[in-house]
Write a protein of this length. Structure first.
Ligand SMILES: Cc1cc2nc3c(=O)[nH]c(=O)nc-3n(C[C@H](O)[C@H](O)[C@H](O)COP(=O)(O)O)c2cc1C
Length: 166
């Protein structure tokens, strides 16, 4: 018997993860200097009903990582098929992410998407380390639905709900 856990083959690991379909979110916040930041995340999940908690995992190598670490609040925008292109922009390092997009501002001036399938306004409740990512746990203080169906992400591509993968 060995006390060492065998390393999983990385490409098999990635492929296994890609077999799990998810929704897509754009997670946004406002930095101390008033600058807007955000990233696309499929790692969003509900965590607790009472208190109302959600989570999203953020790569430590993300340019926006320090801003989210210092943030008091963030917003989770659940992406619709019409926002798939925008989600790719928010997944692109160095992109001008907030240009020409009609974001709304909440009372703390954090950006949210009016046409998102759902929007959750969160207080940063806890940050839990998780390997090369951290788990951002948000306490939801406001939520709304609307704007249509969410899009799904499966094997590296977007699918509408009910659409068959190629
Ligand atoms: C569909 C999709 C889902 C993603 N999910 C995550 C995620 O859950 N967590 C994460 O840290 N990065 C995720 N990424 C990658 C980030 O969006 C991307 O690296 C982003 O540019 C990081 O922010 P930065 O531009 O500030 O570095 C995802 C990308 C795509 C296309």
């Amino acid at each position: 018997m060995t006390d060492r856990v065998e390393e999983v083959d990385r490409s098999v690991f990635r492929s296994a993860l890609a077999s799990f379909p998810s929704g897509v979110t754009i997670v946004t916040t406002r930095g101390e200097a008033g600058t807007l930041h955000g990233f696309t995340a499929s790692s969003f999940a509900s965590l607790s009903l009472d208190p109302p908690l959600v989570l999203v995992c953020l790569d430590r190598r993300a340019d926006c990582f320090p801003v989210f670490m210092a943030a008091e609040r963030f917003v989770v925008n659940v992406v619709t098929p019409a926002q798939a292109e925008l989600a790719m922009r928010f997944a692109t390092k160095g992109a001008d992410k907030f240009a020409h997009v009609g974001f709304e501002s909440d009372e703390e001036r954090h950006p949210s998407l009016p046409d998102a399938a759902a929007v959750l306004h969160c207080e940063l409740h806890q940050v839990v380390p998780g390997g090369d990512h951290v788990i951002l746990i948000g306490r939801v203080h406001e939520a709304r639905t609307g704007g249509g169906e969410p899009v799904t992400w499966y094997r590296g591509g977007f699918l509408r709900l009910g659409e068959r993968a190629a």
